[in-house]
Design a protein around this ligand. Sequence first.
Ligand SMILES: NC(=O)c1ccc[n+]([C@@H]2O[C@H](COP(=O)([O-])OP(=O)(O)OC[C@H]3O[C@@H](n4cnc5c(N)ncnc54)[C@H](O)[C@@H]3O)[C@@H](O)[C@H]2O)c1
Length: 320
Amino acid sequence: MKNLTNKSIKVAVVGTGGWGKNHVRVLNDLGVLTAVCDSDQGRIDALSKKFKINSYLSIDTLLEKEIDLNACLVCTPTKTHFKVAREIIKHKINVFVEKPLSFSSVECIELTNLSKENNVILTSGYIERFNPVVQDLKQIIDDNRYGELLMMEFHRENRMPLHIKDVGIIYDTSVHDIDTALFIFNSKPNVVFARAGKKFHNSEDFATIMLGFPKNKVAIIASNWITPKKVRRFSAVCSEGTITGDFITQEIRIDDENQTIIPRRKFKEPLTLELENFIKAVSGNITKFLVTPEDATAVTRIAEAALISSNTGNPVYLSL
Ligand SMILES: NC(=O)c1ccc[n+]([C@@H]2O[C@H](COP(=O)([O-])OP(=O)(O)OC[C@H]3O[C@@H](n4cnc5c(N)ncnc54)[C@H](O)[C@@H]3O)[C@@H](O)[C@H]2O)c1
């Protein structure tokens, strides 16, 4: 792939709702935003006026008119990801699909194969990998600074409005922590057990998932759309100390037998780091943290297993 500078890169955002508009803002800051596409006329009119870019009501028109796009971001509801991403890849355009890559692992595999056939980048929005607090944790664990990592626990909670209709909390929210657990353990679980239920939404809105890794290591992922206060925390228990962190404040705290350490570091917006990384990959530069389509497929397979487990009451054994 030839190296490009930001100035020569053209990126379109498909889906400019609650989250997509953040991609629009950051891509504009990075100097690569070329067009937006959304089936909602009001949304694209406002963005096209604000950022002075082209706008389209359908993906077909976008792909027909913008013939020199280098990449597209897909930020439409989860159950539309497959159809939209497939069209983009068929046009030989690099694509970043918001998480989860697709609702179905069969569709994830089809997109992966298609991206390889068409020689384009396919990645998915597992943004927490780019959160400085997760990068710090990864470094500590990989360096074995506090011994062996044995257990992880995640809490991702807050009262959510009813607007997410196509999927429940496992596909929408728990997937972030599933991906982070796989990233930090650098391994795949061989068993998934979950309990989930619904209180206010159409689909499940609270879930606790247990991922069993080799050698009895474990990750507990607790998510809900009930807690009135926003909580985004993790803890990692190592043989010689514990590391706790907050995804929102990006603060990390380390406790060992002798002391507590709270390292200081500048706050960085994970979305900017994530999109800079994607643009670097599109430019032909090697990237360190790019989420592979295989990583994203594994997360969807685990989400599928969690849903089956919570529906049947049984553990689901996997070989990933
Ligand atoms: N990485 C993160 O932290 C994060 C956070 C929030 C949402 N997301 C993901 O972003 C995606 C969108 O979530 P949202 O909360 O912004 O949803 P949303 O409903 O607010 O916005 C979706 C937008 O897509 C448009 N749309 C739907 N189908 C379309 C199509 N076929 N072509 C063009 N436009 C279409 C809708 O008109 C709407 O404007 C989801 O996959 C979600 O999981 C990721």
